[in-house]
Design a protein around this ligand. Structure first.
Ligand code: NAD
Ligand code: UDP
Length: 353
């Protein structure tokens, strides 16, 4: 058995980019995913770019027998854990599903890891765990707040679970990565974000207006205390984000216990700035109108990335123009996302790498 990295949720948006980066860095990769929000086609494309294939096992992180099988049949060195549900609105409608999937799923995963004596874990958290009044730029030491929805609470619960775990047993080496706003796609245009139904997030929404799938962007509020009145966020290119995971994996080798790092650029852009940058990169115009504020939104949020820079030797390299160009390349080459290809066509389940 070759030793390898287990990527949960590796068929999804960020997981597929991370799987590719891990393969390109020379790791063997096992992906587990129940495909509830993704398509195996993403992994076929990853293989095409990398010239190597990750091993794929379809299954659910809540299934302990499945996890036991995964750990007993592969020599897993570390786990990068993306699997989770992420739609804020759905989480308000189906809180139990979100807690079961995100919290119980992680608990099952940690149990299986512990049984298999695998103690290196990188977890996808979110800037949503910071309190509403957090001062920008947000540092890791800022207090965590009371997230406004079950999705955010599930991330905070997992962070607390992982903190307890690290305190209980010195063998654990855990990286909690708090993402700001991941956007963009691999520059090949072969993999990218393929949201189910109408997108909730800004950039996929803008892209779908530009391609003609959606009519008009609603800008949620122009009366925030920001330079142009629209909400300000720290958008980070997914390629930079996944590089942060590779750095974290390397650093937890020599840094036991629980570590928290922000993954953001340290720069905020408003909704109007995002639209202008997208129009410039794509040559398309994006129709928009001002709508009321969206419940639960805050005015501004951006990271202080200094801790990640000092401890991981990581900094975001790509700017707004690359984020927009890559998002548009993905959208224009794949107007229907992965759905024009029949799933499973290119990559057999359980295919050997
Ligand atoms: P995604 O939905 O594209 O990917 C998640 C993957 O996990 C999907 O492929 C899905 O099928 C799989 N999955 C979900 N539940 C599972 C289960 N029980 N068992 C096995 N597989 C399961 O989402 P993403 O944008 O790639 O996000 C990845 C992680 O990063 C998530 O945990 C998300 O909460 C977190 N995150 C994302 C963002 C963002 O803006 N995209 C921001 C902060 C944090
Ligand atoms: N936004 C918007 N219209 C949309 C989607 C988002 O005006 O259709 C705004 C939103 O109010 C916020 C920013 O864009 O100011 C980023 O929103 P997104 O949902 O992408 O990320 P998050 O709210 O998680 O930071």
């Amino acid at each position: 058995m070759n030793s390898c990295v287990l990527v949960t949720g590796g068929a999804g948006y960020i997981g597929s980019h991370a799987t590719l980066a891990l393969l390109q860095a020379g790791h063997d990769v096992v992906v587990i995913d129940n495909l509830c929000n993704s398509s195996q086609e993403s992994l076929a494309r990853v293989s095409k770019i990398a010239g190597r294939t990750p091993k794929f096992l379809e299954g659910d992180i809540r299934e302990s027998d499945f996890l036991r099988h995964v750990f007993s049949t592969h020599r897993i060195e570390a786990v990068v854990h993306f699997a989770g549900l992420k739609a804020v609105n759905d989480s308000l409608r189906q809180p139990l599903l979100y807690y079961h999937n995100n919290v119980n799923g992680t608990l099952q995963l940690c149990e299986a890891m512990s049984e298999a004596a695998v103690f290196r874990l990188v977890f996808s958290s979110s800037a949503t765990v910071y309190g509403e009044g957090a001062q920008v730029p947000i540092r890791e030491a800022s207090p965590t707040g009371v997230p406004t929805n079950p999705y955010g609470r599930s991330k905070l619960m997992v962070e607390e679970l992982l903190r307890d775990l690290a305190q209980s047993d010195a063998r654990w080496r855990i990286a909690i990565l708090r993402y700001f706003n991941p956007v963009g796609a691999h520059p090949s245009g072969l993999i990218g974000e393929d949201p189910n139904g109408i997108p909730n997030n800004l950039l996929p929404y803008i892209s779908q207006v530009a391609i003609g799938k959606l009519k008009q962007l609603q800008i949620f509020g122009d009366d925030y205390p920001t330079p142009d009145g629209t909400g300000v966020r720290d958008y980070i290119h997914v390629q930079d984000l996944v590089n942060g995971h590779l750095k974290a994996l390397a650093v937890i080798d020599r840094k036991p216990g629980l570590n928290v790092w922000n993954l953001g650029t340290g720069r905020g852009y408003s909704v109007l700035q995002m639209i202008r940058a997208f129009e410039e990169a794509s040559g398309r115009s994006v129709s928009w109108q001002i709508a009321p504020r969206r419940g639960g939104d805050i005015a501004e949020c951006w990271a202080d990335p200094a801790k990640a820079s000092a401890e991981l030797g990581w900094e975001a390299q790509l700017g707004l123009s690359e984020m927009m160009a890559d998002a548009w390349r993905w959208q224009s080459k794949n107007p229907r996302g992965y759905s024009s290809v029949s799933h499973g066509q290119h990559l057999a389940n359980d295919a050997d790498s």
